[in-house]
Write a protein that binds this ligand. Structure first.
Ligand code: RI2
Length: 321
């Protein structure tokens, strides 16, 4: 698929979910690297790949899985001295990323399922591949579980979730987003995914996640977040904030109604931030960690150690002068 085609599908949410968009971007870069060039030289290839990367990253600003995946794939350009080696580097990196991303979900499923007990009622919000993998694994392990899944206005990702759970044969209750607090006392465990995890262990996920986690905290229900290591946001260690995507108002209110309400402004943020205090455990492919240990993942798995911090910090302070 062409880069522009993939970018368009990500933007329109035809391809969605933090892990899926990361894999789709890696695949698009891989295909782009294979594409014949009009000018066959390394410089043209490098700048073409950089432009492709920018187009992909610009599609959705919140899921850090997207820039992380692009960064991992473009590292294939480093040290390449010929066009062929650069092409090969990108293709190899992209394929390895896609493969490791799939393995990460399988590993998260195994680790996450251990935290689900026989007889548990689980609440999930939105449609997370990683969160659902944990639930389905627990079911496959023979645990008797029941799920509450939210509707997820305005894009109704809950419909995808209940279809998957239904196909897996898991007893599921479908509720509107605002019913979470009414049912929270029936819940033993909340499991959600993540679009980004910051260095202080806050989790950025589908709008409404923080309300779910707040209700859970009030009712003393544990909250587990299923997130691959490439969803951790390295640049948050230098104080960079995660941008919250605001999507078109038409997703919430059709234009023909909005037109009759000139004093009404529709706000449609797609994500919110759940503080670390409301999260008990983040399950990554590297193991389950308390949110306060997010820096370890950023350092060990994304290679952002103290040196990287200093480099970025120097650049930042120079900009401020
Ligand atoms: P996985 C989704 O974003 C949801 O917020 C979901 O919780 C998160 O990505 C993680 O999903 P959207 O694309 O990577 O629906 O676990 O806006 O599938």
């Amino acid at each position: 698929m062409l880069v522009t085609e993939t970018a368009d599908k990500i933007k329109r949410m035809e391809i969605r979910g933090a892990g899926r968009i990361a894999r789709a971007a890696a695949q698009a870069l891989r295909d782009c690297a294979e594409f014949p060039l009009s000018k066959n030289d390394l410089g043209t290839f490098r700048s073409g790949m950089q432009r492709a990367a920018q187009v992909l990253v610009a599609t959705r600003p919140t899921a850090v899985s997207l820039p992380n995946a692009v960064h991992i794939v473009l590292a294939g350009l480093e040290g390449a001295t010929t066009l062929d080696s650069a092409r090969e580097g990108v293709i190899r990196r992209a394929e390895a990323f896609i493969d490791s991303s799939r393995h990460a979900v399988e590993q998260i499923a195994r680790i996450g399922a251990r935290h689900i007990a026989d007889g548990d009622t689980i609440l999930t919000h939105c449609n997370s591949e990683a969160a659902l993998a944990c639930i389905i694994q627990a079911h496959r392990d023979g645990k008797s579980i029941e799920v509450f899944a939210t509707e997820v206005r305005p894009r109704n990702q809950g419909l995808v979730t209940i279809r998957t759970l239904n196909d897996a044969g898991i007893k599921t209750n479908f509720i509107v987003d605002s019913a979470v607090r009414s049912f929270i006392n029936d819940i033993d465990l909340v499991i959600v995914g993540a679009d980004a995890v910051t260095v202080n262990g806050a989790v950025v996920n589908k709008i409404g996640t923080s309300q779910v986690a707040h209700s859970a905290s009030e009712a003393r229900v544990n909250v587990l977040v299923a997130a691959e290591t490439y969803k951790f946001a390295p640049r948050t260690i230098i104080g960079e904030l995660i941008e919250i995507e605001e999507r078109p108002p038409q997703e919430v209110l059709p234009d023909e109604i909005a037109r009759t309400l000139p004093h009404v402004t529709v706000r449609n943020p797609a994500f919110d931030v759940t503080p670390a205090d409301y999260i008990d455990l983040i399950v990554t492919e590297a193991g389950a960690i308390p949110p306060q240990m997010a820096y370890v993942i950023i350092r060990e798995y994304l290679g952002w150690g103290i040196e990287e911090f200093h480099k970025a910090f120097e650049i930042n302070t120079r900009h401020e002068e």
